[in-house]
Design a protein around this ligand. Structure first.
Ligand code: SF4
Length: 176
């Protein structure tokens, strides 16, 4: 035991260094999302995250948006605790049968105008869980209308930001 403790003290950490966030790209994308939200909504964007049965990989990337590297609140992007305060439902996971009613009720509780973003491969079509008897067939769009899908397994933070920007720019353009 003492030898093991000594060995762990002298050798370096086994974990990999965290990837460096591209500060310039984050700042540019986040401020463009903020401007698009102000044009479309007249204020900042409020996002309600809904885990509809994901493996939590997507949540780790979504949580990263709020950590010290990304710190998106400085650009006015907020994650809110209630769908009643949300503009966007950011949904992850294949939608398990147990989560179906919760997702439907969350959608109904969100005031319009509202948009649904399906984040990750599972949210699009079930991903690695497709065909499971525990999940609905067809992903999020089989349960609620989806406005945008962000691909990836999981989608990294910059892709999530790009997706939110694409959503806001598309709704600004056609006025929907
Ligand atoms: S898309 Fe990948 S990371 Fe996201 S919930 Fe599915 S398996 Fe997990």
């Amino acid at each position: 035991m003492r030898r093991l403790l000594l060995k762990n003290l002298v050798r370096g950490p086994l974990t990999e260094a965290a990837p460096m966030a591209d500060e310039g790209a984050i700042a540019e994308l986040a401020s463009r999302v903020q401007q698009a939200a102000r044009r479309r909504l007249g204020r900042t964007l409020a996002i309600r995250e809904v885990d509809a049965g994901s493996c939590n990989g997507c949540e780790l990337e979504i949580h990263a948006l709020g950590n010290v590297l990304y710190d998106l609140e400085r650009f006015g992007l907020r994650f809110v605790a209630s769908p009643r305060h949300a503009d966007v439902l950011l949904v992850t996971g294949p939608v398990t049968r147990n989560m179906r009613a919760a997702l439907e009720r969350t959608y109904q509780a969100t005031p319009g105008p509202k948009w649904v973003v399906a984040a990750g491969a599972c949210a699009r079509d079930g991903g690695v869980f497709a065909g499971s008897p525990a999940c609905v067939d067809g992903g999020v769009s089989a349960v609620v209308p989806v406005d945008l899908h962000i691909p990836g397994c999981p989608p990294p933070p910059l892709e999530l930001l790009r997706g939110l920007l694409a959503l806001l720019e598309s709704v600004s353009a056609d006025g929907a």
